[in-house]
Ligand binder design. Sequence first.
Ligand SMILES: Nc1nc2c(ncn2[C@@H]2O[C@H](COP(=O)(O)OP(=O)(O)O)[C@@H](O)[C@H]2O)c(=O)[nH]1
Ligand SMILES: [Mg+2]
Length: 443
Amino acid sequence: MDTIVALATAPVPAGLAVVRLSGPRAHAIACTLAGLPALAHARMRLVALRDGAELIDRGYVVAFHAPRSFTGEDVAELQVHGSLAVTDRLIAVCVDLGARTARPGEFSQRAYEHGKLDLLQAEALADLIGARAESARQAALQALDGVLSQALAAVRLPLLHALADIEARIDFAAEPHLAEVDRPALTQRLVALAAQLQLLLTTTTAGRIRLHGARVVLYGAPNAGKSTLFNALCGADRALVDARPGTTRDTVELQTAPDGVLVTWIDTAGLRDAVDPVEQAGRARAEAEAQHADVVLWLEDRAQPFSGLPPPPAATVLRVLNKTDLPAHPDWQQRPEWQAALALSAQHDQGVAALRAAVVAAVRQSAAGTLGHVVLSRQRHAAAVQVAVAALERANHAVQHGFPLELLAADLRDAALALDELTGAIVPDDVLDAVFSQFCIGK
Ligand SMILES: Nc1nc2c(ncn2[C@@H]2O[C@H](COP(=O)(O)OP(=O)(O)O)[C@@H](O)[C@H]2O)c(=O)[nH]1
Ligand SMILES: [Mg+2]
């Protein structure tokens, strides 16, 4: 096994930086740099780090002895001044002394290979490092602690028992004392396992919202004040909003974290001229955004009559009446569905905080999930669970129709395999590569 080295902190000037080594030569290289004969486990030492006679920097060195380290291998960390000149030179010397530079995610991959983390936990670690809000930090940390792995084990173990049961009957088919398969009981077991997985699948939306944020779309007729409200809600000045001007999409997005909840605000733009075909395309896009939104803010101008827009196609719609600083149009008195609408003035920042709080509450509800801390957070997870559910359904079909036990066993094996791919117990190399290549170098 090679010894790898990389900068574990961000490659920018900073107060401190950490260079990390992992592998059989990690301690020897650190000792050479520090001029020490040996390094005790987990004890920091202030040392002069030298390339031969030349001082590179002064800093701390700490060693972790296998298997009591992040990767499960011998690890050494050099904590130095956060200068790229220092860390580049240190890494170059480590390479001279026999290390090679690490690939993206290679430290985490080694931790996985040495059983320090399962694949779900390795992904959770990447999510934790990338977490931009409390909701994401909490979700990632729960998964890192193994709550998702445990929820899957609770399905996998009974599944393996059922499989072992069937395989025993196949292997000892000639034995007269072995009872027939109790098909109704087996059906019951399989249905229960499939239901557990289906429940897990329902957490996918909550997982996405916790880790990547809820999509909140501003919907409404031109001039309702969507862009003004967008800016007020984001608490961003124009410059920041303009940071992502009409790219290929007709919408402007900005992410903030009010109250620790990640929200991507989406202003649907381009609804300027009702007869213009471009405007029609813009409206179609706005409607598509609304359809995929977690929350839609339907904005109307209270000083004007109702726009006549159709209700947006979304699960959660919050009705908002804007321009309360102007006299209300009498039309609104005849619209009972708008009586409970939040009234505000985007331009004068009146009522905006209340709307933001209402959005946070709605997002919290969508992120609540059905299994507490357990959420599926990636497409990979949902896809694998779906494969397992489909295999269990095939197995059930086989049981009910009296198919040969061999077919039943194959279906159960497929289901178990899908779960094993998820945790990484058994996993094809391309899946591994896909997971770890999402990491940055040094993680
Ligand atoms: N009086 C008043 N005018 C507003 C308010 N919010 C927006 N406007 C004005 O309404 C017009 C349209 O606003 P804009 O945000 O561009 O609407 P959009 O087309 O829905 O994005 C602009 O002239 C805004 O200044 C408000 O609360 N009160
Ligand atoms: Mg606008």
